[in-house]
Design a protein around this ligand. Structure first.
Ligand code: CA
Length: 222
């Protein structure tokens, strides 16, 4: 069963989440402090990390950045109290995959967690390896290699790259990418897509020779 780490200093929320997730058969670990949470997240393999924004000793954004620079690819959902656009984008820039705003319904959160985990399970009909130039995507293990060197991508970055490769040569609109890969609209905030394209380019295409911006529309993989 999926393994979840909850890093949250509001004990009432922490206990509620822990209880709900255990009811759903998740294996759950908890921390109430940023630094301790970071340590646990980098030393244990989790499928999903629920990460509060405001935490003692290190805030959630910094924890997330450090996780990503330590190549932790778990699905990170930020628990935020501020429905602030700036923070939202900042969260994605820090490497978060999703967010919920407090107060949230546990049902909404677990629905998103299930959706994230479901994407990990593929049908046998899918080709298990995708190749694009010197890049190889292993769709079963969610690994990406360039010239046989592993490139650590988050789940969302992986899905974005996979979608671009499957649709190579086509101009894909930001709206299309947002609805396909995130499944619901962030108030139509397509900057989410831009942030993830930026991260993909950083990791795989720094000279922007492959992932092209299509003015007024979105992106295209050559
Ligand atoms: Ca907090």
């Amino acid at each position: 069963m999926a393994k979840v780490l909850i890093i949250e200093d509001e004990v009432s929320i922490l206990r509620m989440l822990e209880y709900d997730l255990k009811q759903l058969d998740y294996t759950v670990d908890t921390e109430t402090d940023g630094l301790r949470g970071l340590k646990k997240a980098t030393t244990t393999d989790y499928d999903i990390i629920l990460l509060d924004l405001m935490l003692p000793s290190m805030n959630g954004l910094d924890v997330c950045k450090k996780l990503r620079s330590a190549n932790v690819t778990a699905y990170v959902i930020m628990l935020t109290a501020m429905d602030d656009e700036y923070n939202k984008i900042e969260g994605f820039e820090a490497g978060a995959d999703d967010y919920v705003t407090k107060p949230f319904s546990p049902r909404e959160l677990t629905a998103r967690m299930k959706a994230a985990l479901r994407r990990h399970k593929r049908s046998d009909a899918d080709e298990s390896t995708l190749t694009y130039d010197d890049i190889i995507l292993k769709r079963d293990s969610y690994e990406v290699f360039r010239n046989e060197v592993p490139i650590p991508l988050t789940l969302k970055e992986f899905e974005l790259l996979e979608y671009l490769i499957l649709n190579r040569g086509k101009a894909l609109s930001r709206e299309q990418l947002l609805s396909t890969l995130w499944g619901y609209s962030y108030d139509g905030d397509t900057r989410v897509v831009d942030v993830h394209i930026f991260k993909l380019r950083e990791k795989l295409d720094p000279s922007q020779e492959r992932i092209k911006t299509v003015r007024g529309i979105g992106y295209k993989l050559l």
